[in-house]
Design a binder for this molecule. Structure first.
Ligand code: PLP
Length: 432
């Protein structure tokens, strides 16, 4: 029996489903997840010695590639001086200054330990700042697992949310409205109904949790306009898109300034982190400056901050980011060519260092309904077969068709070429 299988079975006896985050369990694709032993650059090695080109990158965090020597040095040097103090360190300010320099809408920002925590805190701040309770979010966007964010669209009503998970109180769900992504007309309609009660609108400006679906410019500018009109705060959840679709995040691409921005993933260089921030006027409401409470024992942990700071320094130097973007575009072009050669309907798109693909269509995908109808065709069999053919060929994709893919500075021309080669074989296999 494979060592990964033995380890998975053992994990299932101690950890729910054998995993510490659900998508890792391979429920969407079937089979047993490989257990990872180590990773370097673009490559993962599992416990059985199989090697894979990695397009998950710890769900977007590893933009410089795995175990980058300079990031490791920063982590080691920092760790040798102590793992954390629960008191302030210079390096936290350096990271905050670095983030501010590239995302100027974050005039003041607070570091936390995860994207979920940062979203939860930003939502509380928006409620505390505006004195309102209602939150608007969008179908297909994921903002972590806090109660207010695990709410879906209720049937028959534009404005009443329903819990997406047992354990989320109805009262919490009632304060969250979930509406259609990229549906500017519906945004106007909902604001007309409840705009004066809405504390915040939270959105992934480039959605990466329903595969890869960029927001359209009209939709995002409608959000800005409605928020301005009704005194609602616009929160851009850039946990995935920050320092990933562009150095300055999606807000720099669309030229839209949110009131609050939430970050995570890349800014921790692979270690646990999150951040939220915005204008001084709003951020001054956070404790200790203001009355909205927010705190964390491990917030701003120096080791995580050191990994993040070195990652951002490397990413923002010379042509690093431009090179990643060029490689991403080469990959997408290659994938589309393969699909055309093999005769499989295939759509793929990217922004910066993030991309997605759909089997069974050649059309742009813009809404959760379109994503669903595409990925559920034939009971989702095409994606499952493709995923396993790629894995067998040595390419590790996100194990769900609802996830985006991530590329790193270590995915060089050779790695891209190898990926395209494996893709061609996988497409031929699923076609036959
Ligand atoms: N927001 C977005 C857009 C995310 O993609 C995620 C996680 O994937 C989160 C928030 C939650 O972040 P974390 O998993 O660090 O809690």
């Amino acid at each position: 029996m494979k060592r990964s299988t033995t380890l998975y079975r053992r994990a299932c006896l101690a950890i729910p489903g054998g995993v510490n985050s659900p998508v890792r369990a391979f429920k969407a694709v079937g089979g047993t997840p490989p257990f990872i032993k180590e990773a370097r650059g673009a490559w993962l090695t599992d416990e059985d010695g199989n090697q894979y080109i990695d397009y998950v990158g710890s769900w977007g965090a590893m933009i410089m590639g795995h175990a980058h020597p300079e990031v490791l040095t920063a982590v080691k040097q920092t760790a040798e001086r102590g793992l954390g103090f629960g008191a302030s360190t210079e390096i936290e300010t350096q990271l905050a200054e670095k983030i501010k320099a590239y995302i100027p809408s974050m005039d003041l920002l607070r570091l936390v330990n995860s994207g979920s925590e940062a979203v939860m805190s930003a939502v509380r701040l928006a409620r505390g700042y505006t004195g309102r309770e209602q939150i608007i979010k969008f179908d297909g966007c994921y903002h972590g697992h806090s109660d207010a964010m695990l709410v879906g669209a209720g049937s028959g009503s534009l404005t009443l949310g329903v819990p997406n998970s047992p354990g989320v109180p109805d009262s919490t769900a009632a304060a969250t409205s979930t509406i259609g992504y990229n549906n500017a007309a519906q945004v106007d309609e909902v604001f007309e109904q409840i705009g004066d009660q809405v504390a915040a609108v939270i959105v992934e400006p480039v959605a990466g949790n329903m595969n890869f679906v960029p927001g359209n410019a009209e939709f995002l500018s409608t959000l800005r306009r409605c928020c301005d009109h009704y005194g609602t705060l616009l929160i851009f959840d850039e946990v995935m898109s920050g320092f990933r679709v562009a150095i300055g995040g999606a807000q720099s691409v669309y030229q839209i300034k949110p009131d609050l921005t939430v970050l995570g993933k890349v800014i921790g260089g692979g270690l646990p982190i999150g951040a939220f921030g915005g204008s001084k006027k709003i951020m001054q409401h956070i404790a200790p400056l203001g009355p909205v409470y927010q705190a964390g024992t491990l917030s701003g942990n120096p080791v995580a901050v050191a990994a993040g700071l070195r990652t951002l320094e490397l990413l923002c130097a010379d042509n690093c980011f431009d090179d990643i973007v060029r490689n991403t575009q080469t990959l997408i072009g290659g994938l589309l060519d393969c699909a055309r050669d093999v005769g499989v309907d295939f759509y793929s798109d990217s922004m910066g260092a993030m991309f997605g693909f759909f089997l069974g269509t050649t059309q742009k995908v813009e809404t959760l309904n379109q994503v669903r109808s595409c990925v559920t065709k034939d009971n989702g069999k095409p994606f499952k077969s493709f995923f396993h053919a790629m894995l067998d060929g040595g390419v590790y994709l996100p194990p769900s068709p609802f996830e985006a893919c991530f590329i790193s500075a270590a995915h060089d021309a050779e790695v891209i070429e190898q990926t395209i080669d494996v893709t061609k074989k996988a497409l031929l296999k699923i076609k036959n």
